[in-house]
Write a protein that binds this ligand. Structure first.
Ligand code: UDP
Ligand code: MG
Length: 158
């Protein structure tokens, strides 16, 4: 099934809301395929935010992402990439809709609580960036048949 990459940013860990964030994904019936705490090196950050390294705010973004460890999460579900981006909300938390993670937990465009992959293609690259072989787990959810309908099971789960 489709997988996506989330980073719970240092600001969320400092503010003690990582549990609330993980709970939202659990309640949504996304399967947690991998989870780890790590410090981000200059190299991994420059790769992850390659589209932003030349921007004037990059030094601030870098400092905020290295202010403490992050939690990397690999989540799995039908159309997980798009679904999680919708759950996260737009980049500027002040503009993010209530009910989204950024909309409910942040006032900032920078310290916006989480990263989420923005396309299926990028999700594959990002999952490989943050998880090594053996750090992702395949296990059957005991309640999948209560989470998805029959037609969806054929289409997404196989
Ligand atoms: N960011 C920022 N100022 C900006 C745009 C982005 O500080 O004007 C930060 C913010 O933390 C954001 C991250 O850079 O989450 C990555 O930016 P991107 O455009 O990829 O947004 P996202 O995919 O996180 O919504
Ligand atoms: Mg992005």
């Amino acid at each position: 099934m489709e997988k996506t990459l989330i980073l719970i940013k240092p600001n969320a860990i400092q503010r003690g809301i990582m549990g609330d964030i993980v709970t939202r994904f659990e309640r949504k019936a996304l399967r947690i395929a991998g989870m780890k705490m790590m410090f981000l090196t200059d190299e991994i950050l420059a790769e992850h935010y390659a589209h932003l390294v030349e921007r004037p705010f990059y030094p601030y973004l870098k400092a905020s992402m290295q202010a403490g460890p992050v939690i990397a999460l690999c989540l799995e579900g039908a159309e997980a990439v798009e679904t999680v981006r919708q759950m996260v909300g737009v980049t500027n938390s002040r503009k993010a809709l209530p009910g989204t993670i950024r909309g409910d937990f942040s006032m900032s465009g920078e310290q916006n609580v989480v990263h989420a992959s923005d396309s299926v293609e990028n999700a594959l690259v990002e999952i490989n960036r943050f998880f090594k072989e053996g750090e992702l787990f395949e296990y059957e959810s005991a309640v999948t048949r209560f989470e998805y309908g029959g037609e969806e099971t054929l289409k997404y789960i196989k």
